[in-house]
Every structure is written in structure tokens, then in C-alpha cells.
Design a protein. Structure first.
Lengths: 114, 113
């Protein structure tokens, strides 16, 4: 158990809908990262937050947004969903936003868009 | 642009054999190179990592070899076991750009009993 909690574990929705994925980082970790894992794209970095502030941005679509709250949990909002958004979404956390090494990953939220 | 290329995509090894997975990177600013192991239904978990000031790091049956001039690094799994069957990802990060990891495409390893 990595200590990172993601909810929901599974989510099925329709095209055009909006969903919110939630992540609780390990106790004491200040930085949260979101990754998308699909069969043909591997693990793609979406966005990083450190202590409530956006720290780095990857290949995140404009339809997607995220935030980190004062209690350090984070939410990833996916809107106007398309079939291609079906994927595993992972949250990871680390103590620092600097290059200290290990990221601890949750078990992911599997999104299916029908 | 894929900055970390990983090969092979899949690998089948007999129990007791050596599994070798290779990665190449483009960004010379990368300064941390971890390998993650992922079992079905689970998130990736750190297996072993290396920084560019050393050419090799060994932890038990797992060894990273690092070639800075060639911008390549590899994972060797000695005495491979069926329990090692998983997907392995190499990754890289740049400390000046935060701690986000850029992952390779993954290698699905199957170790046959």
C-alpha cells in the first residue's frame, strides 16, 4: 500500500459528460501528480501541484483541469468527455516538488467513456 | 515528442534467466532515472533508481546500468522468477523542472516457470 488513495476506482460514463477524480496523497506529502495511462500512450504526465500551486504542466487537454486544496488532496476534472478519454488515471505524491526522487502512486481510477 | 524510448515492448524469459530492458533518452537535463514495476490492477511502484554520477547500481537481483555519453540505461533482472512477471517502466526527470517523471512506453515481462 503506497498510502495514496484514489476514488472512484471505476467510473463509467457517457460522451459529453463531466467527471471528477479524487486523490489523497500520502500523509506529509506536499506534491501531487496526475498521470494518464492508456494502452497506446503509456503513462503520460498531465499536471503537478505543490502545496496548492500548479508546479508543472504536461500534455493536459483544455477540457481537463485540476486543483489541490488546502488539505492537500487533489481533484482532476474531466469535461466534455470523448471515447478517447477512456483510460486509467493515476495520482502520485511526493514530499517535495523538487527532484528528490520517488513518486508514490495510487491504484488508479479506471474511466470508461461509452 | 517521446523523450524516453524503451525496448522491447514485451519479453519472455525462462525462470532463472536474465531479463534485460533498455531505455534511451534525449533530454540531457535529466538527472534522475528510476525504474517502476507495475502489476495488473496496481499503480507503478519504484523498483530501483540511479543518478548520472554512477554507472551502475545493484539492489538484490536488480541492476541498473547507465551510460551517460550514449544517453542510455538498462535494467537487468538476474535469476528471473515468475513473480517478476509485470510491466516495467523506465523513467527520467529533471530536477530543475520539478519532480515529474517522463516514462518510457513500458515492457511487459513474462517469466515462464
Amino acid at each position: 500500500d503506497s498510502g495514496v488513495t484514489q476514488t472512484p476506482k471505476h467510473l463509467i460514463t457517457a460522451t459529453g459528460q463531466r467527471v471528477t477524480l479524487r486523490c489523497s496523497p500520502r500523509s506529509g506529502d506536499l506534491s501531487v501528480y496526475w498521470y494518464q495511462q492508456s494502452l497506446d500512450q503509456g503513462l503520460q504526465f498531465l499536471i503537478q501541484y505543490y502545496n496548492g500551486e500548479e508546479r508543472a504542466k504536461g500534455n493536459i487537454l483544455e477540457r481537463f483541469s485540476a486543483q489541490q486544496f488546502p488539505d492537500l488532496h487533489s481533484e482532476l476534472n474531466l469535461s466534455s468527455l470523448e471515447l478517447g478519454d477512456s483510460a486509467l488515471y493515476f495520482c502520485a505524491s511526493s514530499f517535495s516538488g523538487q527532484n528528490t526522487g520517488e513518486l508514490f502512486f495510487g491504484e488508479g481510477s479506471r474511466l470508461t467513456v461509452l | 515528442q517521446q523523450q524516453v524510448k524503451q525496448s522491447p515492448q514485451s519479453l519472455i524469459v525462462q525462470k532463472g534467466g536474465i531479463s534485460i530492458i533498455n531505455c534511451a533518452y534525449e533530454n540531457t537535463a535529466f538527472d534522475y532515472f528510476p525504474w517502476y514495476q507495475q502489476f495488473p490492477g496496481k499503480g507503478p511502484a519504484l523498483l530501483i533508481a540511479i543518478r548520472p554520477d554512477v554507472s551502475e547500481k545493484k539492489e538484490g537481483r536488480f541492476t541498473i546500468s547507465f551510460n551517460k555519453s550514449a544517453k542510455q540505461f538498462s535494467l537487468h533482472i538476474m535469476d528471473s522468477q515468475p513473480g517478476d512477471s509485470a510491466t516495467y517502466f523506465c523513467a527520467a526527470s529533471n530536477g530543475n523542472a520539478g519532480n515529474m517523471l517522463t516514462f518510457g512506453g513500458g515492457t511487459r515481462l513474462m517469466v515462464k516457470p
